[in-house]
Design a protein around this ligand. Structure first.
Ligand SMILES: C[S@@+](CC[C@H](N)C(=O)[O-])C[C@H]1O[C@@H](n2cnc3c(N)ncnc32)[C@H](O)[C@@H]1O
Length: 225
């Protein structure tokens, strides 16, 4: 069923987190969302599903919440976690080193030029002092997307830094299909990553999940009209 839940429920606004926040998202509700996607998509046909996570952090948060339902469903999958920060990526790589289904890539899953085109223009006035220096620092890095996904993405989960989601979707475009499911945090109170993404992309099957144990909702959608 097509659901476009664009109205914003009044919520207590959580404080703006620091741009480099590594808040872990090993959340049972996120786990249930991924489990539902696997069940609805009938991921048991033997085909290896490609799951890409952007913003893996130290690998012990959202990656665990994604990995658990994939394993429980006993489907074939490859989970690639992209993490731009070298220290966190190394930590995540160590954590998952014994799991052949999981690979950690120390790259920013976006293109440098999109920081100017699709990230900075959307920063809310109150956030500019915090986030502009953060993105200037990222722009000076060398590890932007080079290790490309090995095929079409079945599930793309974005748990990155505020304002980067549109740039990530731009970078992912060659591997997105009409059936690809995107799940992302919608973490700008009263504004929203979803609203920013919708300035440029046509979305369908939009579902907004309010999480009890997390300050921000998660949105799920597919691309295309
Ligand atoms: C909120 S933290 C991730 C927390 C992690 N998912 C967890 O549950 O533990 C956001 C992370 O996204 C990373 N990041 C931001 N933009 C990124 C991008 N385009 N590609 C890869 N990593 C990115 C940051 O370095 C940061 O470690």
């Amino acid at each position: 069923m097509l659901r476009r839940l664009l109205s914003r429920r009044a919520r207590a606004e959580p404080p703006t987190p620091p741009a480099q926040s590594t808040g872990q998202l090993d959340n049972p509700e996120l786990e249930a969302i991924v489990g539902g996607i696997v069940a609805r998509g009938d991921w048991h046909d033997g085909r290896v599903r490609l799951v890409v996570e952007v913003g893996t952090g130290g690998g012990e948060g959202s990656t665990v919440a994604i990995h658990r339902p994939l394993t429980a469903a006993d489907c074939s999958f490859e989970l690639i976690g992209y993490e731009g920060d070298a220290g966190l990526a190394a930590q995540a790589a160590r954590h998952w080193s014994d799991d052949g289904d999981v690979r950690v890539v120390n790259e920013y899953f976006m293109h440098r030029e999109d920081l100017d085109r699709a990230v900075k223009p959307h920063i809310a006035p109150d956030d500019r002092d915090v986030y502009l220096p953060e993105f200037e620092a990222v722009a000076a890095k060398e590890n932007f997307l080079a290790t490309t996904p090995p095929g079409p993405i079945d599930l793309l989960l974005i748990d990155s830094v505020r304002y980067t989601h549109l740039a990530i979707l731009r970078a992912a475009a060659p591997w997105l299909r009409p059936e690809t499911v995107v799940v992302m945090e919608d973490d700008i109170p009263g504004y929203g990553e979803l609203a920013i993404v919708e300035t440029e992309l046509e979305l369908r099957d939009v579902v907004r999940h309010e999480l009890e144990a997390h300050p921000w909702p998660v949105v799920e959608f597919r691309l295309g009209s």
